[in-house]
Design a protein. Structure first.
Length: 450
């Protein structure tokens, strides 16, 4: 049986898992943003002059949808102020002068009993600041809690279908037992009997290694998947592993599924077995501005400028910094911005890797439609976008676009389709927020008149 989905593309994968993981030397100052997740920003728990330890919690927000942040070094807090964030904007951050001692503050590992208790695991996941480390950055404890009782199939996402990125593959190869134990914890927290680990077959070495460790003892089945982009999309994983279709506008939990990323499971292992909060991850650095690809174990809060130096500097002038992979990644605006928990890759692209063309013209070939995994019609969505006709864009389900980039990739005219849909979705969200605020104000006014 071929485990895959309809549509999709085959980009040049440019992966280099054979490049061993190197440690990116921590910088003399780390910049820890108070937003590294979807949800309410954290409030700093430390002030200038405080001494902090590695893994120590330095920011949190008690509301349900948030995730605490922790220090990735030991040292002295030298600033608490807005700093450039990788996603743009200036965001409140804690700047720590590294004392290079790595003095740790670990949480006690969970006991044997707690390792079997969903509530204890979920509490630890929250406390350790675990978020969706595939890039979504949604607080993992909130996601799991929301699915308990509704979810009967837990899917672990091992596709890593984005070109360049190797962090998941290398986690499978370097930490296979820890990873399986992490998946077991996610399975227990989700209150399900079995987890299905979907891995694309371009990682056959990892599939063989994990299978050799008897994953069934942890309640895990490895599901080999066809190599196709965007196999790692949550809805594609659900389809490939279970055959279930997530309805337009729906979530995997609506069809009884929860999808958790590989790196998130490993972070959960570290939190529960080793008492470590999320302060580092394997990040792939690539793009032709660099001498060669680097798979670097990187502390959260390391500025891109420092990373480029650690990777041997530039061999060509970078034109743009892409965070994530080239298909779904977004452009960073500052070399001073730091890596965060959700940073899986940083690509330093030159002019040659820029697909932008001036005044592209659609030739009505329909190639964008054939590859859309969501069965959308990008050519028409774009036509309405250029006319500013948002009503018709909505009718063509632009809100179901998850910005995978397959249509743009397959477009011979290089129409900026995905960029247009990203923009349109933001405008819709703003419009909906305004309408909601207006309706609430009218309701409040009516109430006041009574
Ligand atoms: S329309 Fe959206 S979901 Fe469909 S291929 Fe394009 S970017 Fe992907
Ligand atoms: S693939 Fe590009 S050129 Fe072809 S129909 Fe779609 S938008 Fe037009």
């Amino acid at each position: 049986m071929s485990h895959t989905f309809k549509g999709g593309v085959h980009p040049n994968y440019m992966k280099a898992p054979e490049v061993p993981v190197t440690v990116i030397a921590p910088p003399s100052q780390v910049v820890i943003p108070m937003i590294q997740h979807i949800g309410a920003p954290c409030q700093p728990l430390v002030k200038v002059g405080d001494y902090v330890k590695m893994y120590q919690k330095i920011g949190e927000n008690p509301v349900p949808v948030s995730a605490p942040v922790h220090s990735s070094v030991s040292g002295k807090v030298i600033a608490v102020e807005p700093r450039p964030h990788p996603l743009g904007d200036m965001i409140m951050s804690v700047v720590i002068e590294n004392d290079f001692q790595d003095t740790p503050e670990l949480m006690p590992p969970l006991t044997e009993e707690q390792l079997k208790d969903p509530e204890a695991i979920l509490e630890r996941i929250r406390e350790a600041g675990v978020v969706g480390m595939g890039g979504a950055m949604f607080p993992t404890a909130v996601k799991i809690r929301g699915g308990i009782g509704k979810v009967d199939k837990l899917i672990i996402n091992g596709a890593e279908c984005e070109p360049y990125l190797n962090g998941d593959h290398l986690t499978m190869l370097n930490f296979p037992t820890q990873l399986l134990k992490g998946i077991e914890l996610v399975r227990i927290a989700n209150c399900v009997e079995k987890a299905y680990y979907g891995i694309e077959v371009n990682k056959q070495d990892a599939i063989n290694l994990l299978n050799s460790l008897n994953p069934a003892q942890y309640g895990i089945e490895i599901v080999p998947e066809e190599v196709k982009y965007p196999q790692g999309g949550e809805k594609m994983q659900v389809k490939a592993v279970t055959g279930r279709e997530v309805k337009p506008g729906g979530l995997p939990s609506g069809v009884g599924c929860n999808v958790v990323s590989t790196r998130t499971c490993y972070a959960i292992y570290q939190a529960c077995y080793e008492g470590k909060s999320v302060i580092e991850r394997i990040v792939t650095y690539g793009g032709s501005a660099l001498k060669g690809p680097v798979n670097g174990l990187t502390r959260v809060g390391t500025p891109f400028k420092h990373i480029a130096e650690q990777c041997g500097g530039f061999v060509k002038t970078p034109r743009k910094i892409v965070l994530g992979g080239p298909m779904m990644g977004i452009c960073a605006t500052s070399f001073d911005a730091p890596t965060v928990k959700g940073t899986a890759g940083v690509l330093f692209f030159t002019e040659e890797e820029d697909r932008h063309v001036e005044n592209p013209t659609c030739i009505r070939c329909g190639k964008c439609i054939t590859v859309c995994p969501m069965n959308l019609e990008p050519v028409f969505m774009y036509m309405y976008y250029s006319k500013g006709d948002y009503e018709n864009m909505e009718k063509y389900h632009v809100m179901d676009c998850f910005e995978c980039g397959s249509c743009s990739f397959n477009c011979p005219a290089r129409m900026p389709l995905t960029h247009a849909f990203k923009t349109a979705k933001i405008m819709f969200q703003v419009k909906m927020a305004k309408e909601k605020a207006k309706a609430e104000a009218e309701a409040a006014a009516k109430e006041a008149k009574k």
